[in-house]
Structures are given as C-alpha cells and as structure tokens.
Design a protein around this ligand. Structure first.
Ligand code: ZN
Length: 114
C-alpha cells in the first residue's frame, strides 16, 4: 500500500474513532452497554490501524472492562499527595485502579488559588 493511501485511511479511521467516542459519551448515561460497545469498536480500530486514541478520550474509559466513565457515577477520581502526587482513578464497574502522575503545575495552581 502506498504511503499516501495509508495516510488517507488513518485520517478516516481517526474521524471514526472520534465519532465513536462521541457516541459513547452520548449514550453512557442511558445505555452504558451501548457506550461500552462503542469504546470497544474505537479501541479495535485504533489498534488495527495504529491510530492513537485522542488524548481527550484516553482517560474517559476503563482499559480493563471497557466501560465509558462518567465521573461521580462509575468513576471515582481522587487526588493523592503521597508518596508522589498522583491522581487515582477507580473504575466502579470492575474495581480497576489507575494512577496518573499529577502535574506539578496543576498542584501549584491549586495551592495558589487557596
Ligand atoms: Zn473497569
């Protein structure tokens, strides 16, 4: 396959992934199973075509069970200062825990905002 062709495909796939996540978000509240299916499809497309999942969606679903997260409903977000400042995500669908390093700038902004 020509490189230009692959690029064209990847662009279309990226659009499709974006659409699927938008649909997942729209359905997450009322039809969580449907949302999960969209997440699954988007992830499959991403892997098959080597198209990365957009950053804005990366932390919106559980990598373990595929649930689309709605903070406060099926996701708990906690900020933990120790041992290293990090944010803890707990998926309430399957109990998986994720840790993300907490950006220093954000922490600083919060302290200054007090
Ligand atoms: Zn989960």
């Amino acid at each position: 396959m020509k490189r230009a062709d692959r690029r064209a495909i990847q662009r279309i796939v990226a659009e499709r992934i974006e659409k699927l996540f938008q649909m997942a978000e729209a359905n997450a509240e009322e039809h969580p199973d449907r949302a999960r299916r969209y997440v699954e499809l988007a992830r499959k497309l991403s892997m098959k075509n080597k198209v990365p999942i957009p950053r804005k969606w990366k932390r919106r679903f559980c990598k373990k069970c595929g649930a689309f997260w709605i903070p406060g409903r099926n996701l708990v977000v906690r900020v933990k200062p120790r041992p290293q400042p990090h944010v803890e995500y707990i998926c309430l669908e399957c109990g998986a825990r994720y840790r993300f390093p907490y950006l220093r700038e954000k922490l600083k902004a919060r302290e200054e905002g007090k």
